[in-house]
Design a protein around this ligand. Structure first.
Ligand code: FPP
Length: 247
């Protein structure tokens, strides 16, 4: 019991808990502006939210967490903001290496990792290898976009057809899904977007087909345990039908 609240593991019954939560972390810039600080201060505060969130997910028993940290479109931001974000991501990975190992969390990056600065690519690869045997997973979208992920899957399928290992008529939904960045990860049950925007912004376009979407006005740096609880409660109250009807 914390602040009169039940522990995160008891907020909703286990069968009402999302297995996979994906988050569009929005509002760092607005948070910084409200504080009269540079945008990068918002991203730093947002990175602290990520660290706290890992604890909430562990306590609640969430198996998969995917974070949209940098989209393919984000490269068009001012160069100092892009450089600052890349530094911050590298710092986050190095700083949390021991913690991820100790807490047994598998790190995976989805996106065009070849676009990232080489030292960051090396840090990512090292930690991915060190953690690849763990079951709970943290996926981070870096230079990620849903459309480019689907285009990449199409390209990979075309290569298999060309090589004679795949018949065109064998291309079905499962074949496309098998060529996404993390084919073994279940689709997100819950997609959270902070800062009130009602958009999917090119995030997990294939995987979001039946995801429940929850938008909160809270800005990402302010997303705390209470905001996380509210999202879990909202999800638990949803009636998921996957296109069917309730009998
Ligand atoms: C959107 O806010 C946020 C981003 C583009 C960056 C998200 C990055 C972090 C939270 C930093 C660290 C991430 C990890 C995984 C350690 P915005 O800048 O678009 O905000 P605005 O819409 O208010 O301007």
């Amino acid at each position: 019991m914390e602040n009169g609240q039940p522990p995160l593991s008891h907020v909703v019954p286990p069968e009402k808990l999302p297995r996979h939560i994906a988050i569009i972390m929005d509002g760092n810039g607005r948070w910084a502006k409200r504080q009269g600080k540079p945008r990068l201060a918002g991203h730093e505060a947002g990175s602290e939210t990520v660290r706290r969130l890992l604890g909430y997910c562990r306590d609640a028993g969430i198996a998969y967490l995917t974070l949209y940290a940098f989209s393919t479109e984000n490269w068009s931001r001012p160069p100092d903001e892009v450089a600052g974000l890349m530094n911050l991501l590298g710092y986050f990975i190095r700083k949390n290496e021991a913690e991820l190992l100790e807490k047994q969390v598998r790190l995976r990056v989805i996106g065009r990792r070849e676009d990232l600065p080489e030292p960051l690519q090396a840090d990512i690869l090292r930690l991915e290898r060190e953690t690849e045997h763990f079951e709970r997973q943290l996926l981070i979208g870096l230079s990620y976009s849903g459309r480019s992920e689907i285009a990449r899957a199409a390209r990979r399928l075309a290569e298999q057809v060309k090589a004679g290992t795949l018949a065109p008529e064998a291309i079905d939904e499962a074949a496309v899904a098998a060529n996404l960045y993390a084919p073994d990860v279940p689709d997100p049950d819950l997609i959270i977007r902070t800062s009130g925007e009602m958009r999917i912004s090119n995030f997990l376009l294939w995987q979001c087909a039946y995801s429940e979407i929850y938008v909160t006005p809270v800005l990402w740096p302010d997303f705390d345990e209470r905001a996380f609880r509210d999202a879990l409660l909202a999800y638990a109250a949803r009636d998921r039908r996957f296109g069917g009807v309730k009998v």
